[in-house]
Ligand binder design. Structure first.
Ligand code: PEP
Ligand code: MG
Length: 566
């Protein structure tokens, strides 16, 4: 009889995997008490230092393998482990214990772990208490090396489905690199690290499949059906045939999408849609081109400020932007000015520690207008790079027209200064406003008159319209792109663009979600900017849509939506 375990599916363009189980035990490694002879103490200390060094080397290697489109918190996760390895409490204190107590490196490290665990447990702060897991991961990695552990043989991993209680990002990357074809974990939620990484790596997974490690057996053939969040074991031939066929179809579909790269996003009735990419790093230019974009609609520049102590120089900005502009050739590159604050944090912290609500605080343009020196550095770099290609500048989080005027005044002053210094820039470089607050959407006409283009940032627009923190899982169910209030605001921005003869784009997640694209096109949007991975699917969809028909239907759909009970 087939055994089915239900969990949460992590669906990518491939949602099926069929393979044998490789059970991965991720329990804590326990070291036995051990002593070393007095004349071998220095050797033991060196053995410990070598293990710490090797652990750091492994993590750095894994960090390099992280896919480019992986959300930054995964990188942070690995960086936290690297920082822990550098912390004297882990990297040096056990050496002291070996020297003083004459014990083995394993036992010294184990005692250190126990001491630190007690400190973490006594902490009031729930976040710091969760660091216990990180400590375990780091200590286990060193113990594994000390105990002569070898990494699993790639041949043992290739073609297998990994079953584990949970997976760290480092494990997930290493396993993918060695050819694992699917992940099943007992624990995990849709936004857990395993799920996020599986999505970025394009690997089907089922997380939160409670009991998987007890019910499944090493070496048995299982099926992952990530579309429905289930794991099937002991399947009969008919069931296996069904999933083998589905896997073939999914692979053929993925291949077909890839072939669309150089095909225009032309609808059935001949309307050309501008499909742009959202990028975060210069390295993202390549996947964006691979995805078949016709330019960059949102270059999030805050990543230049992250994972470093000091602020980036004008030259660093200029080099990063030049790389993207060069990669994109003639195609437009829309550089968004700094949007630090709220969900985008860096070492440089402008907010007072007492700031209670960062999403409503000094973020994005508000911060730039307060810390104008930082803003001016970026503006100069963007202006300078405008001489090298098709560059646009975009200002985030506007709520007041005076903010827009102040920002434009600063841009004007920096143009004059560059002119005086004889530095080249494009005087015609378009400047756009992001519409991502209800205030800006309701007054979109004024912004449209002042700017060359508008771009709707639905991630924030939904957050602020519905008063739902976009990063808070507890209110996730209230975050609704189709809420009539959100749709009314989008409609208002599109109309403002038409009235003022200014182009309107959309660059929030909504723009790359296939289920919303027909509605957005029907509402009059013709420029959509999205994650590079979403481009092929969006293009294929658009090529099968008749937009003039959609426009007629949308009027009715909107009427119904707006009449619905809120
Ligand atoms: C948005 O808010 O929709 C947007 C694109 O900006 P970010 O997600 O970077 O805040
Ligand atoms: Mg935003």
């Amino acid at each position: 009889m087939t055994l089915a375990i239900q969990g949460i599916g992590v669906d990518t363009s491939i949602s099926t995997a069929i393979g044998k189980v490789l059970m991965l035990s991720r329990g804590n490694i326990q070291a036995e008490p051990g002593l070393v002879a007095g004349n071998r103490i220095e050797e033991e200390i060196q053995r410990f230092f070598n293990a710490v060094k090797e652990a750091a080397g492994q993590l750095r290697e894994i960090r390099k393998q992280i896919p480019k489109d992986t959300p930054p918190d995964i990188l942070e996760f690995i960086d936290t482990h690297l920082l822990m390895l550098e912390d004297k409490a882990i990297s040096e204190a056990p050496a002291q214990t070996i020297r003083e107590e004459g014990c083995s490196a394993e036992w010294a490290l184990q005692m250190r772990r126990n001491q630190l665990m007690r400190v973490f447990e006594d902490m009031e702060d729930a976040y710091l208490r969760t660091r216990k897991d990180d400590l375990d991961h780091v200590v286990n990695r060193i113990l594994h090396i000390l105990q002569g552990g070898r990494n699993s043989d790639p041949a043992e991993i290739a073609g297998h489905i990994i079953v584990s209680e949970d997976l760290t990002p480092a494990d997930a990357i290493m396993l993918h690199q060695r050819g694992a074809i699917g992940f099943i974990t007992d624990f995990g939620s849709p936004m857990s690290h395993t799920a996020i990484l599986a999505r970025s790596l394009g690997i089907p997974a089922v997380v939160g499949a409670h009991g998987a490690t007890s019910h499944l057996h090493p070496g048995e053939l299982v099926v992952i059906d990530a579309r429905h969040g289930s794991v099937l074991a002991n399947c009969d031939n008919a069931c296996l045939l069904f999933f083998r066929r589905r896997l073939e179809q999914e692979q053929a579909h993925r291949h077909a999408l890839h072939n669309l790269r150089d095909t225009p996003a032309l609808s059935l009735d001949g309307q050309q849609i501008e499909l742009l990419a959202n990028i975060e790093l210069p390295e993202d230019t390549e996947p964006a081109i691979e995805g078949g974009c016709s330019g960059v609609g949102l270059y999030r520049t805050e990543f230049l400020y992250m994972n470093r102590e000091e602020l980036p120089t004008e030259e660093e900005h200029f080099q990063a932007y030049s790389q993207v502009v060069k990669g994109m050739g003639e195609q437009p590159v829309t550089i968004r000015t700094l949007d630090l604050g709220a969900d985008k944090q860096c070492e440089y912290q402008p907010e007072p520690a007492s700031c209670t609500n960062p999403a409503l605080g000094l973020r994005a343009i508000r911060l730039c207008l307060k810390e104008t020196d930082i803003f001016r550095i970026q503006i100069r770099a963007i202006l300078r790079v405008s001489a090298r290609g098709n560059v646009r500048m975009m200002l985030p989080m506007l709520t007041n027209l005076w903010e827009a005027r102040q920002a434009r005044q600063i841009i004007k002053e920096e143009r004059l200064s560059l002119m005086e210094q004889g530095k080249a820039f494009d005087p015609e470089m378009p400047i756009g406003a992001m519409i991502e607050t209800p205030a800006a959407a309701l007054t979109a006409e004024s912004f449209a008159r002042l700017f060359d283009f508008l771009s709707i940032g639905t991630n924030d627009l939904i957050q602020y319209t519905l008063a739902v923190d976009r990063a808070d899982d507890a209110v996730n169910h209230l975050y609704n792109a189709l809420h009539p209030a959100v749709i009314m605001l989008i409609q208002q921005v599109v109309k403002a663009g038409i009235t003022c003869g200014k182009p309107v784009a959309m660059c929030g997640e909504m723009a790359g979600t296939p289920g919303y694209i027909p509605l957005l096109l029907g509402m009059g949007l013709r420029s959509l900017s999205m994650h590079p991975a979403s481009l092929p699917e969006a293009k294929q969809l658009i090529r099968n849509l008749d937009i003039s028909q959609l426009e007629q239907k949308t009027a009715g759909i909107l009427q119904n939506l707006l009449n619905e009970d809120l």
